[in-house]
Design a protein around this ligand. Structure first.
Ligand code: DHB
Length: 391
């Protein structure tokens, strides 16, 4: 077992490993959260809560591409309501066996329909912590949900963003606050958002980049209709297709935010190597959403192991060593990369590809047999001496 250290901090909160779950899939109920708590994930983060329990948009509201390279959702915030996620019984059920020993940090995500709803939920959380529930370590305020029909993404509206941060700052909550941000597809727009957040650096301890890429559409060629039923099929895009936008947002947020505000990366992480890339771009921790959705909580054990292997192979002894250490492009670096690619054994073929190759050779064999039979039947043979003797 390698002794690579993956400990980190997010907004001052210590995590045993720098990988945990994203709010969203498999986070709505204590049974699902318990599986995260029992895994190698460094923390547990709840589904985005609204003030009251709600059922969300009609089904089908999620879609996965056949090649697993993209997913979409337009769930409309189905959740059990804030009181469920902060109830000590829910946290007990989540932490299970872990409870008696080292409890994992429990983060609560909120996504109020209005500023008043968000303030109400923050008040309830503050009250709960004051009453002695110390396992709730932080709130991730979701300013980026793209799927509430008729409501634009809050963090794209800079007046609203400033207004919400100003109002919350007046409340002087003592718990660390994080912000879940949408992807910015323009560097200047990202800088404007970072500048506003910087004005509240005494309150915002970390930002989480990125939420799904909103306003995406997947179309079924058979039914000639969107795969997702609500909102004209428009939905948030996630999975590997979102990774490059996520890396760019993490990198630029790191460059433009004040140093004391941490960046948490999320978007398309499938492997330990993906985590490594997010660390290089400046994330102190990462969240896993779509892969957790597809693979279940065992993905945290796999990704953590893979990350340790990557760090070990590259000669690092901890994840914190590489945070923000992205190098500028150089000729030497590109050459090193080309050589490494050449030295690498060819990737193992998947069972599917291997199957395709077997099929190819079987077809070739069949064609050869048919050709041989046709030649035998129709092509005149040369007259031999024996034939002449018989005449
Ligand atoms: C939903 C989607 C999001 O991207 C998010 O941040 C919160 C909720 C949803 O559709 O339920």
């Amino acid at each position: 077992m390698s002794n690579i250290n993956l400990e980190t901090t997010v907004g001052g909160i210590p995590l045993s490993t720098c990988v945990y779950n994203a709010s969203g899939p498999r986070t709505g109920a204590s049974q699902a959260l318990a599986k995260i708590a029992a895994s190698s994930a460094g923390a547990v983060l709840t589904k985005s809560a609204t003030l009251e329990k709600q059922n969300g948009n009609p089904l089908p509201r999620v879609w996965h591409a056949d090649d697993s390279k993209a997913s979409m959702n337009s769930e409309g915030l189905p959740n059990s309501g804030i009181d469920y996620y902060i109830a000590s019984a829910t946290i007990d059920e989540t932490m299970g066996e872990v409870s008696g020993t080292t409890t994992k940090p429990y983060f609560v995500s909120i996504s109020g329909k209005t500023l008043a709803d968000n303030l109400d939920m923050l008040d309830r959380i503050a009250k709960k912590i004051d009453s002695g529930e110390k396992r709730i370590v932080s709130v991730e305020l979701n300013l980026a949900c793209p799927n509430v029909i008729g409501k634009p993404i809050i963090a794209y509206d800079y007046d609203q963003l400033r207004d919400i941060l100003e109002t919350i700052s007046e409340k002087k909550y003592t718990f660390p606050l994080g912000l879940k941000m949408p992807p910015y597809l323009d560097g200047k727009q990202l800088q404007l958002a970072a500048a506003i957040i910087n004005e509240y650096s005494d309150m915002v301890r970390y930002v989480v980049c990125i939420n799904t890429i909103g306003n995406a559409l997947s179309v079924d060629p058979v039914s000639e209709a969107p795969y997702i039923s609500s909102n004209g099929g428009l939905a948030g895009l996630s999975g590997p297709a979102a990774k490059y936008t996520a890396l760019a947002n993490v990198r630029q947020m790191r460059q433009h935010l004040k140093e004391e505000i941490d960046v948490v990366g999320v978007g398309g992480i499938e492997t330990g190597e993906d985590v490594f890339l997010f660390l290089l771009c400046g994330a102190t921790a990462v969240q896993v959403g779509t892969t957790h959705w597809i693979e279940g909580a065992k993905c945290f054990d796999r990704i953590v192991k893979e990350l340790k292997d990557v760090l070990k192979e590259k000669g690092y002894s901890s994840s914190s060593e590489v945070v923000g250490k992205l190098k500028p492009w150089s000729k030497e670096g590109a050459k090193k990369s080309r050589l490494a690619k050449k030295a690498k054994p060819p990737p193992k073929r998947t069972a599917k590809e291997a199957g395709t190759l077997t099929e190819f050779f079987a077809n070739m064999f069949m064609m050869a047999v048919i050709l041989w039979l046709l030649i035998d039947k129709y092509v005149p043979k040369p007259v031999t001496k024996a034939d002449l003797d018989e005449m």
